[in-house]
Design a protein around this ligand. Structure first.
Ligand code: DGL
Length: 256
């Protein structure tokens, strides 16, 4: 059982930002990553649609022998994590949420901008998170439809991306924030341009490393950690079945 892979899923290539943290923390584990780029984006679809797609992706990974599931997508987590936990009570199912906690603790009552998909910001899970931290910071939420598509295309820098972010972030260039929370797993790959647009002083947080630590904790708790000392394998699958998309995932895995 412990040699079986950890299944990691996302609506596309963004979940690689979580996979790279998992690999950094647990290099001896085997991983199977499934990106549903064919159906991306999830963040602008209906709740029912995202629940259906997330369940299908999870089922695929469980059928491929996953010993645990990491939902490396904030949107899919907010839509379907409870359904998945109900369906797979015997394996750890770990989700991701916007890393609001470290951001609000970054300084005294900071102004924090949360960038995420429309669905993540609309769902109950995020409202609970906001409620938990509302007295500690001034929190502003910004839905970013259209941003994940740059990452899906492998467009991680350049004029078009910069112009898109300039428009999207106009308000926060005029009225600066102290911290930015990247509440979508695609966004860490455009972090440099976000910083360029908002200024060097801004502190940027994402939930990848925290999710990796939580995954390790859950695996240990269930006695599922791989004890092999050898470097694990990483399988990458994508619903587009395009070699180009798999190559982009490999490139993102080495992104720094
Ligand atoms: N990567 C997904 C997330 O973390 C969102 C991208 C999408 O809209 O499909 O929310």
């Amino acid at each position: 059982m412990m040699h079986r892979p950890i299944g990691v899923l996302d609506s596309g290539v963004g979940g690689i930002s979580v996979l790279r943290e998992l690999v950094a923390l647990m290099p001896n584990e085997n991983y199977i990553f499934y990106g549903d780029s064919y159906n991306a984006p999830y963040g602008t679809k209906s709740l029912e649609e995202v629940q259906r797609l997330t369940c299908a992706a999870a089922e695929h990974l469980v059928n491929r022998g996953a010993k645990a599931l990491v939902v490396a997508c904030n949107t899919a987590t907010s839509a379907a994590i409870n359904i998945l936990r109900g369906r797979y009570p015997d394996i750890p199912v770990i989700g991701i949420e916007p890393a609001l906690k470290p951001a609000v603790l970054a300084s005294a009552h900071p102004r924090v901008l949360v960038m995420a998909t429309p669905m993540t910001l609309r769902e109950e899970k995020f409202h609970q998170l906001l409620e938990a931290h509302r007295t500690e910071a001034e929190i502003v939420s910004l839905p970013c439809p259209g941003l994940m598509e740059f990452v899906e295309r492998g467009e991680l820098q350049g004029e078009a991306l910069e112009n898109f972010l300039m428009d999207l972030l106009t308000e926060y260039r005029e009225h600066p924030v102290d911290c930015v929370v990247l509440g979508c797993t695609h966004y860490p790959f455009v972090k440099n341009t976000i910083r360029k647009v908002l200024g060097e002083q801004v502190r940027i947080f994402d939930g990848g490393a925290g999710t990796a630590r939580e995954t390790r904790r859950r695996l240990e708790e269930c006695g599922l950690r791989n004890t092999s000392a050898a470097q694990g394998k990483i399988w990458i699958e994508n619903s587009l079945h395009a070699p180009k998309t798999v190559a982009l995932c490999r490139q993102l895995l080495d992104f720094s």
